[in-house]
Design a protein around this ligand. Structure first.
Ligand code: AMP
Length: 441
């Protein structure tokens, strides 16, 4: 790799644009995130589910991505003679599909699930936005559409982030109404936008006809004024939706979760009703003062989707959930220098050094014996020089070296050397595992 860079020549093959790959040095962060996210979810009685990465396109076209949505525009279709398949752009519709397909309605309701895996969206790659990225998400499906579950989903998201070490977690919440009130809300928003149609961008001019709620997603400068003065969801949703939101907020207060009402919040996916939310963390780096970087970044989002299961062929079933964008969380963890507990890697504690051909052959068996005894071993079997092997041991952070030379083979012994103190002793082969264990405790 270094050679290629020196010549400033691009390798023949590089990762496809926008595909986020995780290199070994990054895994301690990913492991930490997953350890906390899975641990907290299981503690809250959620179970893991893993659905396929390839799905029928219609699953998403019917649910998350109707015309005018980002999902619709950004799906990766798989070329095939007769089937219309896609790489999944999100997993909620997949989990809902599995709920129907595997008869989860027969289990105790609601069913509480979590998932982790790659999602694919053909977006313009930029910082924090990739074409292959990973989401960790939870879904609460079935039972009543009780606001307590909305609060539970939000509280789980917040608890995971706090346990990882984020201090400023803010949840923005809105209600986008239900089947009863949404048609009238859409009309009101359309009417308002049509009277201001010349002041908004081309996209919003189309959105207002095709998918009116999407106008609130527009980030263009010229649309902000119209957006700010638009009719407010909270005033327009029906009394049942208002009560639902009020209950959600009261539960959040009870759980001491900080939230902000955001009247313009809608979500990029079509299947949401009532509660929608987005989760933000303060994303400035550790050294910066808060005011210098009033930058908060969305690391997750979710909401209620009481019509989703019906949209894809099941019986009416309530549901609520959220998903985190894990790359973003990892990037902010690194930037903020959030501590991850040091993991003593027991598998790197012993380095096995051999001297000479005979010893090399014999070491294969001895290394396996150490491993059978639960001792992790790094070996430099492909390096024949003693000095090179010891250097490797040093770099690998080993505390103890086990050395096998011609003489030791002959005498059926090994040398155990403490690399910190430099003290070494010769022990009979049959005592090797026991003695090594004593050293690395
Ligand atoms: P969504 O599924 O669109 O509600 O997104 C949920 C979270 O996933 C967002 O808050 C982001 O953190 C993350 N996310 C969405 N799209 C991308 C992307 N293209 N690249 C990386 N992360 C993303």
């Amino acid at each position: 790799m270094e050679k290629e860079q020196k010549k400033n020549k691009k390798p023949a093959f590089v990762a496809v644009k926008g595909i986020y790959e995780i290199m070994p040095a990054e895994f301690p962060w990913w492991d930490r995130f997953l350890e906390v996210a899975e641990g907290v979810s299981k503690f809250y009685n959620f179970e893991r589910i893993e659905t396929g990465i390839v799905e029928n396109a219609d699953l998403f076209l019917r649910s998350a991505g109707g015309e005018g949505t980002d999902v619709h525009k950004e799906m990766f279709f798989i070329k095939s003679n007769k089937d219309k398949w896609v790489l999944r752009p999100e997993a909620t519709a997949s989990v809902a599909r599995a709920y129907i397909e595997y008869g989860f309605s027969r289990l105790q309701q609601p069913v509480k699930l979590f998932y982790f895996g790659p999602m694919f969206r053909h977006e313009n790659p930029q910082a924090g936005r990739y074409r292959e990225f990973r989401q960790f998400g939870v879904e609460i499906i079935g039972g009543e559409n009780d606001p307590v579950f909305d609060a539970q989903a939000i509280s789980l998201a917040s608890r995971i982030l706090k346990e990882i070490g984020f201090k400023d977690v803010v949840v923005e919440v809105n209600s986008i109404g239900c089947r009863v009130c949404q048609p009238a809300i859409k009309k009101k928003i359309q009417k308002y936008y049509r009277t201001n149609i010349k002041k908004v961008c081309r996209d919003c001019q189309t959105r207002i006809d095709v998918n009116p709620f999407r106008v609130f997603d527009c980030k263009r400068e010229e649309c902000q004024e119209v957006k700010k003065a638009a009719p407010v969801f909270l005033d327009l949703v029906c009394s049942n939706c208002q009560k639902h939101l009020k209950d959600v907020l009261e539960y959040l207060e009870e759980l001491s979760i900080s939230y902000e009402l955001n009247n313009n919040l809608v979500r990029g996916l079509d299947y949401y009703d009532r509660t929608v939310f987005e989760i933000f963390v303060e994303a400035g780096s550790k050294g910066e003062k808060k005011e210098e970087n009033a930058s908060k970044l969305a690391v997750g989002g979710g909401g209620r989707y009481d019509y989703l299961i019906e949209m894809i062929g099941g019986r009416p079933t309530a549901g609520v959930g959220f998903s985190f964008g894990v790359e973003r969380i990892i990037e902010i963890m690194k930037k903020k220098e959030i501590k991850i507990p040091a993991q003593k890697n027991k598998y790197k504690s012993v380095f096995f050094v051999h001297v000479g051909e005979v010893a090399k052959k014999r070491s294969l068996k001895l290394v396996e014996e150490l491993r059978k005894n639960g001792v992790g071993v790094i070996e430099g079997l492909s390096k024949d020089s003693f000095a090179k092997q010891l250097k490797m041991a040093d770099k690998g952070g080993a505390e103890v070296a086990v050395i096998l030379g011609q003489r030791e083979v002959f005498e059926e012994s090994v040398i155990i050397k403490n690399l910190k103190t430099g003290i070494q002793e010769t022990v009979p082969v049959e005592k090797m595992a026991e003695e090594v264990k004593r050293h690395i405790k």
